[in-house]
Ligand binder design. Sequence first.
Ligand code: XMP
Length: 324
Amino acid sequence: DWNMPDYVSEAVEAIRQQVGDDEVILGLSGGVDSSVAAALIHKAIGPQLTCVFVDHGLLRLDEGKQVMQTFADNMGLNIIHVDATNEFMSKLEGVSDPEAKRKIIGREFVEVFQREAGKLKNARWLAQGTIYPDVIESGGKKGKAQTIKSHHNVGGLPETLNLKLLEPLRELFKDEVRKLGVALGLPPGMVYRHPFPGPGLGVRILGEVKKEYADLLRRADAIFIEELRNFKDDQGTSWYDLTSQAFTVFLPVKSVGVMGDGRTYDYVVALRAVQTSDFMTADWAELPYALLKKVSGRIINEVRGINRVTYDVSSKPPATIEWE
Ligand code: XMP
């Protein structure tokens, strides 16, 4: 049986023993695992930890701001916030193949991280939010998630930077990581968030990625997520919590619409919401029509540039959860 306060103090002590007075670097993505690892290590060694947060410009609305607020303002972590939007966008210019986009984003991510980490001359350790399922899966089957994890997490970083690896979550399952995160004071809304792919909106904008598309998609998606949190079932559980993953996909095609006396010719988005236990198979979620109606109305009225909203009714297999 798992006693949280005991676990936290043991984990903290173990980290102190392991690193001593050394300095530690951690790549913070805003995802659950790296966030919980950061909070835990910070509790153990405070200012000896520096986090590098690379914003590739493909995050959700205000996500960068939220990460800085939670970790820098509220918890007092040292964070180097790198806005690499322009760099990523220019590397992605003209590229429309999904796997090519993933490769570019992964490679660029490592490059930016390494550049920043290399400035921290005193660092001796690279901390990572590797969890138990990552440990047992690595070397085994390589799904897309695994590939990107290797891009983001290991990808030759320890070798080139000459750092030792610190992986305090190596023995934990996801649900344990979440409980630990809450115990460490992270906002439950962050710890219980749906999974978000490493390449972010880069694989939710079909084909070529453009900043204009990402900006439209971010606003549409924020509306969808807000309404999923607002709408509850009879038990009072939100549709956000009733779904395993939900997001908006940007389709770079234009459709005709009417607004007032005028004709519009604007972009289309697709809403995607699935229920699954393992993400290997997934059913499209039977969201209430009232919810879909509210979301569609709000997106079309509030996001100028999008005039049509569709709902994806494909299950996995044969469709995948993401569109790319
Ligand atoms: P698919 O689309 O393959 O998605 O049904 C299954 C799960 O994996 C996530 N996913 C990714 N995660 N990098 C990631 O970190 C990726 O390149 C990637 N592609 C898919 C997807 O969000 C879903 O949870």
